[in-house]
Structures are given as C-alpha cells and as structure tokens.
Design a protein. Structure first.
Ligand SMILES: [Zn+2]
Length: 127
C-alpha cells in the first residue's frame, strides 16, 4: 500500500529534485514507513517568501533538512509525507488552498504537523 501511494505521488515528488539540487545535498537516508527520501542540505539560499523561514521542507515524499534543524523537525516533515499519502495526488492543491486562506501556522496541515511532532514554530530568517 505504501509503495502504491508513493507511485501515485511520484510526479509531485519528482518536482522536489529541483530544490534538493539547489540546496546542496550532502547526505541521504531512506525512510521506509512512510517511504521518504531524506536529504540533508547545506542552505535554502534560493528560498523566498515564507520559505525563507523554513528549517526543513517536504515535497511529496522528498524531505529536505536544512542546517538549522531543531528538535522534532524531521518528525514534523514525516507528518507532511503521511498527509501526502492520505490525499494522494491532490495534497499539493489542498495544502496551497489552506496556505492561501489560513496562512502558514493556522492551516490544518501545519497545525497537525506541529501538534503531533511537538516541533517548534519559530519564524526567523535562516540565512
Ligand atoms: Zn510544516
């Protein structure tokens, strides 16, 4: 089931290769459940808008962990991968809708990720 969901989300996940290349990946780890490709990266120098405050990012089943990682950030990103499995294919649209109507912290996907992972919301420019 997990592999099936991974394949359904593959087109969206592949767009995550671009930020991985831009951010200077230096380590890789495969998470099995949910399937997640975890890259540690040097910098989100290219980021704009609210992405400037990101310590980590998730695109489909790709997770990017930046240099300023805080406690439970990886757990937070894993929850976004699970959300992507829960709403295969349409998750990016649902997330975008939530983001545009409720903002970063109050959208339901971030609320769930912060609550379940106990990660820290701290919007400080990262570089
Ligand atoms: Zn998040």
């Amino acid at each position: 089931m997990s592999l099936f969901l991974f394949l359904l989300n593959l087109p969206f996940t592949l767009t995550g290769v671009v930020p991985v290349i831009l951010s200077g990946p230096y380590s890789f780890k495969l998470n099995k459940n949910p399937i997640a490709l975890i890259f540690k990266v040097k910098s989100f120098w290219w980021a704009f808008g609210y992405f400037r405050y990101a310590r980590a990012m998730t695109v489909g089943h790709i997770i990017l962990m930046g240099p300023k990682e805080l406690k439970n950030d990886l757990e937070h990103e894993i929850i976004h991968v699970k959300q992507c499995e829960r709403y295969p294919v349409i998750f990016p649209l649902l997330y975008l809708y939530e983001l545009l109507t409720k903002g970063v912290r109050q959208n339901r996907f971030e609320k769930e990720a912060y609550t379940l992972s106990k990660s820290v919301y701290r919007p400080i420019k990262q570089s």
